[in-house]
Design a protein around this ligand. Structure first.
Ligand code: ZN
Length: 199
C-alpha cells in the first residue's frame, strides 16, 4: 500500500481493522474521508474520541451509557423489582420498542459460548447477582436469544438464581429458534414476554 503514501496508508490500515471492513472498503472510506470538508472530518474524529472517553457501563444494568446510571435505571416510572436479562443493549432497545415492558434490564454483554471461548466470568453475571442480593427483586425474566448460546446462558442463570428464592421466568417460544432478538418484530416480542413461563 506504499503507493498511497504513508498518511493515507495508515488511515486505510486503521479502518480495515474494524469488523466487517475489508481492504477495499477501507480504501473507499479512506478516500471518502480525505475528500470530506475539514469540519466534517473533525466532527467524526471528535465524536470517536468523546464517545470513547465518556461512554461507560451503567453502574446498575451494565448497558452502555454516558452517565453513572442509564435513563431507564434512573427513571422513577420503571418497576425496579422486575429485571429482564438480555444479551446486549440492542436487545433492550428491541423490547423498549414494544412499549409493553415497565421493569428494568440487566445487560450481560454477550452469551456463554464455549466455541468462542466466552465463559460466565466474561459476562456481567457477577453484577447481576450483586443486584439480586442487594435490591428487592420479585422476578428475573431470562430473555437471552433462542440460540444454543442464549439457551445455555438462560439455563446457567436459572440454576444460579433459583436458590435465592426469586421467581425466574423464561420468555416464550414466540421468538424463532436461532433468532437474533434485534430482528424479531415487536408483536412477536410482546407475545414472547406475555407468554413467559416460570422455570
Ligand atoms: Zn442502567
Amino acid at each position: 500500500m506504499d503507493y498511497y503514501g504513508n498518511q493515507i496508508g495508515k488511515l486505510i490500515q486503521e479502518l480495515s481493522r474494524l469488523p466487517g471492513i475489508g481492504t477495499k472498503t477501507a480504501q473507499r472510506l479512506a478516500f471518502h474521508i480525505i475528500n470530506m470538508p475539514m469540519e466534517q472530518a473533525e466532527r467524526l474524529s471528535t465524536s470517536i474520541i468523546e464517545a470513547k472517553k465518556n461512554v461507560k457501563y451503567c453502574s446498575k444494568c451494565c448497558t452502555l451509557t454516558d452517565s453513572e446510571l442509564c435513563p431507564i435505571c434512573s427513571s422513577t416510572k420503571r418497576n425496579s423489582d422486575t429485571i429482564m436479562v438480555v444479551e446486549d443493549s440492542r436487545d433492550m432497545a428491541a423490547y423498549e420498542k414494544t412499549k409493553q415492558y415497565k421493569g428494568v434490564y440487566h445487560i450481560l454483554q454477550g452469551a456463554i459460548s464455549p466455541m468462542l471461548g466466552i465463559g460466565p466470568s466474561d459476562l456481567k453475571i457477577k453484577e447481576l447477582l450483586s443486584r439480586l442480593s442487594s435490591d428487592n427483586i420479585n422476578e428475573v425474566i431470562l430473555a437471552t436469544n433462542s440460540t444454543v448460546e442464549g439457551e445455555a446462558t438462560a439455563m446457567y442463570l436459572s440454576k444460579l438464581i433459583k436458590p435465592l428464592e426469586i421467581k425466574v421466568t423464561r420468555i416464550a417460544n414466540g421468538v424463532p429458534i436461532g433468532g437474533d432478538l434485534e430482528y424479531v418484530d415487536e408483536i412477536t416480542l410482546s407475545r414472547a414476554l406475555e407468554g413467559r413461563i416460570e422455570l
